[in-house]
Ligand binder design. Structure first.
Ligand SMILES: [Cu+2]
Length: 315
C-alpha cells in the first residue's frame, strides 16, 4: 500500500511541472540588471537599451504608453516567397515620445533578436534597443521613443536572418520614408527571380520533349527494319563497330620488328660492360644522337634562310 502511494505521489510530482510548462520559456523574471539598461540572464536572454523613465531630449512628457507582443519565427516567413525567418509584424507605428514595452516571443529553436537602430546615442548605447533570446522563449523590454518623424530599422542581427526576412520598420510619427526589403511592405533590394524564367523554361522543356519523341520514333523504326532484315537473311554490320584494339596492332608489330633487328647490334656493343658502364655508354650515345639531330636542324633552317635571303629577280 505504501509502495503504491509513493509511486502515485512521485507521478504527480513529476507530471505537475510538465503540465505547468508553457510552450515557451519566460525570461522576464530571470533577468539580472547589469546597469546602463543592460539586462541578462543565465538562459541566454538579453535586453539592451532598456529605458523606462528617462525622457529623450525634446519630449516634455510621455505621450502614450503602449505594449506590443512581437512573435518571431520561421513560420511567419512562409507567406513570403524565398524568405526563411520573419517577425509576425513588419511595420510598427507610434506617436513620438511613446513609452513602448515590447514582449518578444521567439518561437524557433534558435536565437533571434528584435533589434532597433538609430536611437539617440546619449540615451541608448550604440543607438540600439535590443531584445535577444534563444527560443522558444519570451523576453520583454521597455524604451521611450524619441520625438520627431523618423523610420527606424528593426531586425534580427544573427548572421543572414535579416537577409532571410527578419526585418521590419518602426515609424515614429509619420516616419521619414520606407526601408527596402521589408517582407510584404517594400520591394526587395535583390529580388529572387522565380516566375520570370518559368515560361522560358517551359518552352525549353517542350522543345526537348519533341526532340526526345522524334529520337524514340527513329529508334523504333530502325529496330523494326533490323528485325525485317534479319528475317530476310540480311546480316547487317553494326553501325558503330568497335575499333580493332587487339594487342598486336600495326604499330606494335613495327616496334617489335625494329627491336629484333637492333638487338644483336646493341648486344655486341654492350658486351663485357658492367651495368653502370652500359648506362654511361647509352647516355653518351644518346647525347651524340641529340647533337647530330640539332646540327641537322640548324643546317635545314640555315638552308631555308639562305634561300630566302637570295635577291628576288627584278621585274
Ligand atoms: Cu534571428
Amino acid at each position: 500500500m505504501v509502495k503504491f502511494l509513493s509511486i502515485g505521489v512521485l507521478l504527480v510530482a513529476f507530471s505537475a511541472p510538465l503540465l505547468a510548462v508553457e510552450d515557451y520559456e519566460d525570461h522576464d523574471s530571470m533577468l539580472m540588471d547589469h546597469g546602463d539598461g543592460h539586462l541578462m540572464d543565465m538562459g541566454g536572454g538579453m535586453v539592451m537599451g532598456q529605458n523606462a523613465d528617462t525622457l529623450p531630449g525634446g519630449c516634455d512628457s510621455i505621450s502614450e504608453t503602449k505594449e506590443i507582443t512581437v512573435h518571431a519565427g520561421h513560420k511567419y516567413a512562409e507567406k513570403f516567397p524565398g524568405r526563411m525567418y520573419a517577425f509576425d509584424t513588419q511595420e510598427f507605428n507610434f506617436k513620438p515620445c511613446t513609452k513602448l514595452t515590447v514582449h518578444f516571443i521567439n518561437e524557433d529553436h534558435i536565437r533571434h533578436q528584435w533589434m532597433m537602430h538609430g536611437l539617440p546615442k546619449y540615451l541608448y548605447p550604440k543607438g540600439m534597443f535590443h531584445l535577444e533570446v534563444s527560443g522558444p522563449a519570451k523576453i520583454s523590454g521597455t524604451l521611450i521613443l524619441p520625438p520627431g518623424d523618423k523610420t527606424y530599422l528593426v531586425h534580427c542581427d544573427i548572421a543572414q536572418h535579416m537577409e532571410k526576412g527578419m526585418k521590419a520598420q518602426l515609424k515614429v510619427g509619420k516616419g521619414d520614408g520606407d526601408l527596402p526589403s521589408i517582407p510584404g511592405v517594400t520591394a526587395p533590394t535583390f529580388a529572387d527571380d522565380y516566375k520570370a524564367t518559368l515560361p522560358e523554361l517551359a518552352v525549353k522543356a517542350q522543345a526537348q520533349a519533341k526532340v526526345d519523341e522524334a529520337a524514340a520514333i527513329k529508334a523504333a523504326v530502325a529496330a523494326k527494319q533490323a528485325a525485317a532484315d534479319k528475317q530476310a537473311g540480311i546480316v547487317a554490320k553494326p553501325a558503330n563497330a568497335p575499333q580493332d584494339d587487339s594487342l598486336f596492332s600495326g604499330t606494335m608489330v613495327i616496334g617489335l620488328a625494329l627491336g629484333l633487328i637492333i638487338a644483336p647490334f646493341l648486344a655486341k656493343k654492350y658486351q663485357g660492360m658492367t651495368v653502370s658502364e652500359g648506362v654511361a655508354f647509352s647516355f653518351e650515345k644518346l647525347s651524340q644522337l641529340i647533337g647530330t639531330v640539332v646540327k641537322l636542324l640548324i643546317r635545314i633552317v640555315g638552308f631555308f634562310f639562305s634561300k630566302k635571303n637570295k635577291a628576288l629577280p627584278s621585274e
